[in-house]
Design a protein around this ligand. Sequence first.
Ligand code: CUK
Ligand code: CUA
Ligand code: CA
Length: 651
Amino acid sequence: MKALISPKLVAALLLGLLAGTVVFGFLLGPVVQGAATSPSQYQRPYPMPNQFYKQTEEFYVFASGGQQGGMYVYGVPSMKYLSEIPIFVEDQAWGWVAEDPKIRQMLTNPWTGELITRGDTHHPSASKTNGVYDGRWVFVNDKQHARIGRVDLDTFRTGQILWIPNTTGGVHGFNVGPDTKLAVQNFEHEQYPEKAIRDHLGLAIDPIKGPYVAGVAGIRIADDGTMSNGWQVWGPWQFDMARIGWGDSSGWLMTTAYNTERATDAVGMFQRDQDYLFFWNLASIEKAIADKKYVTTEQAPDVPVVSWKDVEVYVTPIPLNPHGLDISPTGKYFLTSGKATTLIAAVDIEKVLLAIKDQKVIGEEFGVKILDPDFVRAATMDLGMGPTHIEFDDKGYAYVGFFVDSDIKKVALGGPYVKLHGQQDKVWKVVDVLPAHYSVGHLVVPGGDTAKPYGKYIISMNKLTKDTFLNHGPLESENHELFTIGQTPAKLVDQMPLGPETHYSQAIPVSLIQGKTKHSYSEAAAAVGQQPSVEYDYAAKEVRVTMSVVRSFFTPGILTVPQGWMVKAKLISGETAMDISHGFALDSYNVSVSLDPGEVRDIEFVADKAGVHWYYCIWFCSELHMEMRGRMVVIPQSEWTPDKETKLPSA
Ligand code: CUK
Ligand code: CUA
Ligand code: CA
């Protein structure tokens, strides 16, 4: 071996001139060749699995991670796990850490200044143009802290986190509208808001006994994806799900409430035998704001808060304690499932609009007209135990998940959908049952929540897996089951264990994303000319470093710091090659960041521990990966003298 490594080669390696693969081949090539066995021993299935899967993949699935705090990404139909996208929770493996001030700011509550690194993602909702996915972004909510994350699909990274004011959290249904201009976020947990809101609503609210109030937040989305708080509507009820209409239901916002009882305990939330589906006229909300019928709060002086009394809103009764609220592809039918019933209501928006016009009203609550359910419903289906969520395909069928029955029922839609499936005699009836393992939560048909479902597949996101996979302790994984639905009966084709805990997912065609996925950032190119530098600021007690990170060096390779000073480092990856990542982890400090190719990242930390601390690269990036390290030498202030400053040779 020794003879293979010439001083020239070492020089080339150290200059970072050779790609990792070349280095590897050069160093180890002769050894490997010497030990080569007959090729048959290395035969692989043909085509090579990676090429096979890559070429036949049709959809990216973005699955919310629930208490994992981000999203999982996998491919369909391979059901191969690809990645995770950290959003609300720090995740050093994917480079999402609070020592980066940009990330710290996103994760910091703008009103309390608290860094919040816990989260609970529920409902991813993809950007759309004319009601169909356009592959730009996936937005998702954090139920626990009332924030919305935007994931940019060129990098698969979080680009923005918007915090929603006036609420203590507990937000559930989240949905992006058909043209990605408006998104809505429900407040599921009842609240005791600032006095300005309580006074404006004029309801009796007792901070201990309740009943409380809640509402919906409207989030505006600019053309570049930037979210901002647009408005809030508050009233006597909390909401579970929220959907913005399109097509037949354009201009309407629909929400469901399972606690129309306004109770504060589970038993109380089951007292009625029906709860409500709400219809909010979006233009009436904008008009109330234009007419200045709103208040603002101390916390959010620029976010108008409107009372339900000042907007056009109607309700209609639906089976009790609803969970699923999903809209058929033309925007016509709203299917809602009553969790504790066997019933699914199909409400027809055209009949809702007629009922509003002709006053088909059976009563009123808090001044809101209750539309006659017999008039507005196209059907009430008795389908099975524990219905959860609903999806739609491209052939006029709805799919309803059942937690208790552990299956999915395929139902033929009526009305204009008959011409798609031709099952005239079977409308609103079950035409197929798909067994699941087990307990179905959400379902996803690619595009199944849009104006144009792609159909072909359905994925059942099961809450329980029990004995489906190798057991791994009391906490079992989730189970995503893939069925093909182009034919009846549907066919189970694969199952995949996945971490906790998926709620909803979006399945987006590969063709909308693949072409624009970046392999490296262009930031490093922009930062070219920024030579490595070290600057000591004695007034601020700060060391500011610009550090170049490229195979296989950190420059500077030594950094001296007076103990207790702040270190502000700008790390610049000089890599443009695909998949060559570096990192910066600092011994005995709580600091570890990852640098994608060409990425520029800032990190800040206090050098509070004296001694020699190595920083090293965390990705195996080349044959000199282990050697890719440098020293931070922290010197007690009493021993510090300016001649100990790190000096870089001037360029
Ligand atoms: S929820 Cu979890 S299975 Cu948050 Cu859409 Cu129903
Ligand atoms: Cu860079 Cu390992
Ligand atoms: Ca109820």
